[in-house]
Write a protein that binds this ligand. Structure first.
Ligand code: PMP
Length: 429
C-alpha cells in the first residue's frame, strides 16, 4: 500500500479504531511459534486427550442424518437443545437457569463483544481486575470504554478496593456500567475469588447500580474436585454470566454463551443477529451430541488431571530455579501462573532476549489498560508437556539471571510507558 492511500484510510477510520493496535509482541510470537522455542505464552487447551476418532464418526453422522438442519441458517439465540444442556452444565455451579435466558455465541469472546456493545457508550467506565484478560480489554477499548482496574490478592478481587474504586470514579463524575470479573482460575492472575467475597462483591455492585459481568470459562477446571459457586447463582437480576466450551471441550468450535437477566436477553439476541445472524448450527449440534453421547464429565476430569500435573511441574520448577525476590501465584485450577520479578525488571523489554533464548511468555503490561505490569509476566502450563515446562523455566531463569547481571553492572531499565491494551493474538489469549 502506498503512503498516500494509507493516509487516506487513516482519515476514514471510525474513532473507535484508535485503541486498536497490534502489539510489538505479535511479531515476536511468530518466531515464538517455532518448535525450538518453548512457549509458555499461549492459552491453548491440550486437546490430545479428546476422543478424536469417535468425534469424526459423530461429525459424519451429523452430516448424514441431520445435514439439512446442521448446514442451514439457524436461530439467533442458538438451538434449544443445546441451551437446555448448557443449563445442565451451569447447574454444576449452583445456577438455576431457564434455556430462554441463554444466548449461544461465537465463543465467549463474542459474548464479551455483544455485552459491551449493548451497554457501553464511549467514555463510560468498566471496572476490571488488575490485571485482566487481554481479549476483554481489547473489546472494551474497541467500544471506547474507559477501564479502571481494581486490586486483587490471593483471594481474588478485594471488596474494599472495589468500594474505593467506585467512590473515586463517581467523584470524578464518570458513569460506571459494568464490573468485569473472572472469579475462577483467573486469566492471567491464576487466583480464585474467595467464597465469602462473592456475595459481598455482588452486593456492592447492586448497591452502586453496576452490572456484574461474570466471565467463567475455566470454572470446571479446578484441580481439587471443587466447583466454586457462581456469583450468578445468588444474583439472577444483576449478573450477566459468560460460559464457553473452549476450555472444557474444544476452542475451534467457537461456541460460548451468555446467561442474562430476561430483559437483557432480548437485546443480546438482536445484537447477536446483527453481528453474526446466528451462531454456527453445525458446531452447536456437534457439541449437543457430544454432551448427549459422551461421558463429558470424565473428559473434563482428564483435562483436570493433565493440567494439575503441569501446574505442579511448573510450580516446582519455579521454586527451584527463580531468583530470590521473585514471587508467583499458586493456581488451584485453570491454565496460568502470574509471576512478579524483583524491582527494576521490565518483562516487555526482556521478551526479545527471552525469545532469542528460545522461551516465550506474555509480558504483564498486556493485561492492563494503563500500562502497569512491567515487572510481571503470565506463564501458561496448559499446553507444553511437563518436560518442556521444566526446560522452559530453566531457559527463563537463565534470561532473568543474565538480566540481573546487566542490571547490577549498568543499573535497572527505566520502565517504558506502554499505552492502552493491544490487539491480542492467539498467543496472548
Ligand atoms: N474469557 C477468558 C477469561 C478467556 O481466557 C478466554 C480465552 N482465552 C475467553 C474469555 C474467550 O474464550 P472463547 O471465545 O474461546 O470462549
Amino acid at each position: 500500500m502506498t503512503g498516500n492511500s494509507l493516509d487516506q484510510h487513516l482519515q476514514r477510520y471510525a474513532q473507535r479504531t484508535t485503541g486498536m493496535r497490534a502489539s510489538a509482541i505479535r511479531a515476536l510470537f511468530s518466531v515464538a511459534n517455532r518448535p525450538e522455542v518453548v512457549s509458555l505464552a499461549g492459552g491453548m487447551p491440550f486437546l490430545n486427550s479428546l476422543p478424536l476418532e469417535a468425534l469424526a464418526v459423530d461429525a459424519a453422522q451429523l452430516v448424514g442424518e441431520e445435514g439439512l438442519v446442521a448446514l442451514q441458517y439457524g436461530s439467533g439465540q442458538g438451538i434449544l437443545r443445546l441451551r437446555e444442556q448448557i443449563c445442565q452444565v451451569m447447574s454444576l455451579e449452583g445456577i438455576d437457569a431457564h434455556p430462554d435466558d441463554v444466548v449461544v455465541t461465537v465463543g465467549s469472546q463474542m459474548a464479551l463483544d455483544l455485552t459491551t456493545r449493548i451497554f457501553i457508550d464511549p467514555g463510560e467506565v468498566i471496572l476490571a481486575e488488575a490485571p485482566s484478560y487481554v481479549g476483554a480489554l481489547s473489546t472494551f477499548s474497541s467500544y471506547q470504554a474507559s477501564v479502571v482496574h481494581v486490586a486483587m490478592d490471593d483471594g481474588g478481587l478485594i471488596p474494599e478496593a472495589l468500594v474505593a474504586a467506585i467512590a473515586a470514579v463517581q467523584a470524578s463524575g464518570r458513569r460506571i456500567k459494568l464490573l468485569y470479573t473472572i472469579p475462577n482460575y483467573h486469566n492471567p492472575a491464576g487466583v480464585t475469588m474467595a467464597a465469602e467475597r462473592r456475595p459481598v462483591v455482588a452486593q456492592i455492585c447492586r448497591d452502586a447500580g453496576i452490572l456484574v459481568l461474570e466471565d467463567n470459562p475455566y470454572g470446571l477446571l479446578g484441580f481439587d474436585d471443587k466447583v466454586h459457586r457462581a456469583l450468578r447463582a445468588d444474583d439472577a437480576d444483576n449478573v450477566i454470566y459468560l460460559g464457553s466450551f473452549s476450555k472444557t471441550f474444544a476452542p475451534g468450535l467457537r461456541v460460548g454463551w451468555v446467561l442474562a437477566p430476561h430483559a437483557v436477553r432480548e437485546k443480546l439476541v438482536l445484537a447477536n443477529e446483527a453481528a453474526t445472524l446466528n451462531p454456527p448450527v453445525f458446531n452447536q449440534m456437534m457439541i449437543s451430541r457430544y454432551l448427549e453421547t459422551y461421558d463429558w464429565q470424565s473428559q473434563i476430569k482428564a483435562y483436570q488431571h493433565t493440567y494439575a500435573e503441569r501446574r505442579d511441574t511448573m510450580l516446582a520448577a519455579l521454586q527451584q530455579m527463580m531468583p530470590a525476590g521473585t514471587t508467583w501465584t499458586h493456581p488451584t485450577g485453570g491454565f496460568y501462573v502470574w509471576v512478579t520479578l524483583p524491582e527494576g525488571f521490565d518483562t516487555a523489554a526482556m521478551l526479545p532476549r527471552a525469545v532469542t533464548n528460545r522461551i516465550a511468555y506474555v509480558p504483564g503490561n498486556a493485561f492492563y489498560a494503563d500500562g502497569l505490569g512491567s515487572r510481571q509476566m503470565r506463564l501458561s502450563f496448559c499446553f507444553p508437556t511437563p518436560e518442556r515446562i521444566v526446560e522452559g523455566v530453566r531457559r527463563l531463569s537463565d534470561v532473568i539471571d543474565a538480566e540481573l547481571d546487566v542490571m547490577r553492572t549498568f543499573g535497572a531499565h527505566s520502565p517504558r510507558p506502554v499505552g492502552g491494551p493491544r490487539s491480542p493474538s492467539n498467543d496472548t489469549l
